[in-house]
Design a protein around this ligand. Structure first.
Ligand code: SF4
Ligand code: SF4
Ligand code: FES
Length: 311
């Protein structure tokens, strides 16, 4: 049976989202139903192309009959479900999640969506005090050994930027621990498992095995983790360097969609070009071949295009 015919036979489930009746295919999530209804639902750890990991809880909604708020990105619809997305309880919970993140993480390069939600939910990034960077070297902390907080300053995830090669840079002071990079490096795309979550509690952080340098790790430099990172924690070195010198200017960039010439798979590329140089290569999330993912050649192998002889 073709996919199209199969889709037509999936029964619809009727649910109520903020007093409006919505019909969605069986197996859909509450987030799907909210989107059908046009409700702007914040998400941080969810991406259409990845398996939901349920870690950020910013997408919570009130589901009648449920004692607790439920994560809409992973809770499946059931017939007759009644959902409220904009109650004081929902807004308070989402706001608190965003405030805890904003108080401890550098969100200056977060996506436009994240910035819009911070405004919509009136997030106070300084609510828990000024950032305390005196305990910032999280990679060297011993499990179970914590300093006593002074109650005046906010703990931070700040740590030195990791630059190990000319391809990409990891700045975990911008990491919200959404797990998307771990998913993309693992079962959802690359199956390399070069990175995972190390540590527990506030010391939890993304790391290679035993915090090895990236070029000593299992990483194959596909850059799929960069493609899914919503905060700029993972970044092309070309972008990082231009930002450091003030030369990164998205208003001067053209984005050209093309097909990767390296092999016959047919991956689509989005070439970001500034000042006649390819400064970043992404891939469209909605493309059936790539779903946003590439290999090292498609992602980084473009220097030969730019080896121009000086006149
Ligand atoms: S570049 Fe690819 S292999 Fe390396 S950590 Fe990122 S997703 Fe994993
Ligand atoms: S590095 Fe980026 S993608 Fe990975 S967990 Fe942190 S914010 Fe998410
Ligand atoms: S987006 Fe639903 S738990 Fe993160």
């Amino acid at each position: 049976m073709s996919d199209a015919v199969e889709k037509q036979t999936i029964p619809l489930v009727e649910v109520t989202i903020d007093d409006a009746v919505v019909r969605v295919p069986e197996g859909s999530t509450l987030l799907d139903a909210c989107r059908v209804q046009g409700v702007d639902t914040p998400t941080l750890c969810y991406l259409d192309t990845l398996t939901p990991v349920n870690v950020c809880r910013v997408c919570v909604v009130e589901l009648e009959g449920s004692r607790t708020l439920v994560p809409s990105c992973s809770r499946k619809v059931h017939p007759g479900a009644v959902v409220h997305t904009n109650t004081p309880r929902v807004r308070h919970s989402r706001k608190l999640v965003l405030e805890l993140l904003a108080s401890s993480v550098d969100l200056s390069l977060a996506s436009g969506d994240v910035k819009r939600w911070m405004t919509d939910y009136e997030v106070d990034a300084a609510k828990f005090g000024l950032s305390d960077v005196s305990h910032a070297d999280r990679d060297s902390r011993s499990p179970g050994h914590h300093h006593v907080p002074d109650g005046m300053t906010a703990e931070t995830v700040e740590q030195p930027v990791k630059i190990h090669d000319e391809m990409y840079v990891r700045d975990y002071s911008k990491c919200i621990l959404c797990y998307k990079c771990v998913e993309a490096c693992g079962e959802d795309a690359q199956n390399t498992f070069a990175i995972a979550v190390a540590g527990r509690g506030f010391d939890a952080r993304i790391s290679t095995e035993f915090d090895q340098r990236l070029d000593d790790s299992a990483c194959v430099y596909c850059g799929n983790c960069i493609g899914v990172c919503p905060t700029g924690a993972l970044m092309f070195k070309s972008e990082h360097d231009r930002r450091a010198t003030g030369e990164w200017d998205e208003s001067k960039q053209d984005v050209t969609r093309t097909v990767c010439p390296y092999c016959g798979v047919g991956c689509n590329l989005e070439l970001h070009v500034q000042d006649n140089e390819i400064v970043k290569v992404m891939s469209p999330m909605d493309h059936s071949v790539t779903q946003g993912h590439l290999c090292i050649k498609g992602r980084f192998g473009w220097q030969f295009v730019q080896n121009r002889e000086e006149p």
